[in-house]
Design a protein around this ligand. Sequence first.
Ligand SMILES: C[S@@+](CC[C@H](N)C(=O)[O-])C[C@H]1O[C@@H](n2cnc3c(N)ncnc32)[C@H](O)[C@@H]1O
Length: 280
Amino acid sequence: MDHKKIYNHEKVSRDYAGRDYLDKAEARIIEDLKNLLPKFNMLDMGVGGGRTTKYFLPMVNSYIGADYAPNMIAQCRKKYKNKKIFEVLDVRNMDKFSNDMFDFVLFSYNGIDSFGIKDREAALKEIKRVLKNNGYFSFSSHNINWEDLYGLFKTKNIYKKLIGKYNFFDRKKCLKNIFIKSRLFLKAILINIKLNIQNKSFNIKFRINRLRKKGFMVLADNSLNGKASIIYTSYESQIKSLKSLGFSNIHAYSINGISTTDEKELNKGGWIYYLCQIKK
Ligand SMILES: C[S@@+](CC[C@H](N)C(=O)[O-])C[C@H]1O[C@@H](n2cnc3c(N)ncnc32)[C@H](O)[C@@H]1O
């Protein structure tokens, strides 16, 4: 399970370079760190097309954006006309960086979910190594207990997503066209079957419920054009893993940008955002 080829695809990196919004939780994390950011030497890991660069670069003392996909870094260099602050680098092996180099590491938009559980641990250890004592780490991760998780696999929702890919005028034409509608519906059924096969189950609900007890799972959820499997974790198991590595002062943020320990609020979203500190 490695998504480097997918992320490095020209079309995917261009798509990421076109993004420049912040999620509510990310805006809240910036607000919570706002007094500290001017002193921070920051590593923006898995920077993608530089969505977060726009917000952090002007706020921090020093900034490095890194990604293992060369095309992502090429997009960042083009977008920000700055070669020096972007590096091609894999989070699992950051030999290029010495110990205790950064005050803040960000791994936004669930980049940490794009490799297996063992590699996730290697990545977290590397992040710990390059962080200074008391340094901050923020990331988001797919939420195994998201209340609408099953919805991802419903043919009806897959169909809606396929229609949503048409631009507005084409979409109007497409909705009138029975032929296009039938073709997309058939495609949605096929995607549904493919997802069941990829997840080795013809009852996804049953499988998810079983895996939820473990606290984490690898799920083919039709993201990245259906080519990728993604790690999903529970709030509880993520906190446990962070604590075992020496992270403390752990805060979780819901999709609504609310910092909370209330799992009902956290499970309203497909992603949970975390902010924590390392004690060395
Ligand atoms: C979902 S994208 C998010 C991009 C960007 N952070 C954003 O918020 O728009 C995940 C990014 O993580 C990068 N990534 C995944 N695994 C990585 C690894 N092992 N080392 C470095 N970057 C990685 C991918 O290339 C991709 O650009």
